[in-house]
Design a protein around this ligand. Sequence first.
Ligand SMILES: [Zn+2]
Ligand SMILES: [Zn+2]
Ligand SMILES: [Zn+2]
Length: 496
Amino acid sequence: MRQIGMAGIVILAASIVVSGAHYMGARSFEWTPSNPSFIYSLVLTLGFFISIGAGFFGAIKEMNEFLIAAGTSCIVLAILNKLFANLLYSWSYLDTMWVLAGAMMILDSFQVRRVKEARRLEELTAEEQKPDSLIATLDKLEAEGQKAQPDLAPKYEKEIQEIKRLLYSGAKERPELIKKLRIRLYHSPVVQEIMKRFVEENLAVLEPTIETSETPTYPALTSLRALNPRQVNSTLNDLVESGILRKELYEKLNACPRCHRTAHVFNRIKCPKCDTYRVDINRLMQHIDCGAIYKHQEYDGLGGPVCPKCGKSIDKELELKNVGVVFECESCKGIFNDPNRSFYCRSCNNEFQLKDTELVDTHSYRLSEDAKSEAKETLTVLAVADKIQGLGFTVTAPGSMKGRSGVDHEFTLVCGRKDKLIAVDFAAAEEMVGTKTVLSSYAKFTDVVTATKLLVAMPALEQQARDFLNTNRIPFLETEDPTIISNKISQLAAAS
Ligand SMILES: [Zn+2]
Ligand SMILES: [Zn+2]
Ligand SMILES: [Zn+2]
């Protein structure tokens, strides 16, 4: 039995037992249904038993609503008892005991809820050992979340974030899992659009603009505007967690401590005497020739810049030296060097001090070095898969095929049309695909005897690798163009 949320029930049960014993000790039990006091006692006893039962059930089943209901009814019964004095429960301290028991049950309900939530979290953490089931849950939640009513969206969002956190926290040491998560990401249309900016449009850094919207927006992702900035930011975050993108701090923004928004926060320079923000800044300029010091604008004579002291006309750029600034209050005319400073939020009309400000990070993003060729390859693969699906093929990416040896081999793409199966392997390199990469594909190809094979090298093959494929009659392509690749697959399916 779980030792939680039982204190209130124990107090109530004990008080009933004690008062019963007290009553029996004083007089013998009499069945007098005509006596109103007897009826009260009976109803109350029944009420307390129900209360104990409900509370007990709530504590065992960890349903805090039951404990709250039991506690409330216990308090109500105690008040009723006070209003209608009766035979059984006339013992003086009982009312206090019951109110206490009721209050305890309500407090117990909070503990039950805490324990329940802790256990749920524990279960989620245990799930960490099973990334596949976590990914399945994530798929489900994301699908449901998209269909859910807008008011439920935050609830889904919270659960999704929690699962992502669990997945990514364990993924760093598990390259297999990272690979899986990356493939999953690449399948998302939003991710594909973002990656195209980096891979196809050669975007080096994705930088935000901080306009009036609260979440930073990225001009390079303008065609994604149909999605809200929060979704884009959440996707960017996933890409960072999986190591595809790297993020760098772009700027720290001041946010209002009351409404937590950054968009309408302004700096204020304030008069230390009267606290108004109607303060002007004056630059003090010295006329180098005669040593006079005046405010910058006091050198403006009618016929051009002139020194008010020596009367010479001057060249402001060359003959005046900035010797400092003073601030001047428009309200109290006070002059001071060191104004007070504060922030003002125009969203909620809140003035606050530097020490109270909240700082919000915004980031810029770059493609990780190690993800460059992977991203390029994956985008091409997905585009090819899309095209040949349009040509009536079934496609799995990545796809597996059982070889003659009984071993399952994984290929970048496995396409089928009618009874024809085609295994396609992609090999990408920064410059040239070498023989070593080609050999590992070749080993798989020789085991899947019946399938048609194709090797796609991005962007090109080393001469030695090309010779090797020619000698062994493995069809290959050297291209990054999805149309050429899908045409070739279609052609191979028709030919053999
Ligand atoms: Zn505010
Ligand atoms: Zn002068
Ligand atoms: Zn002032």
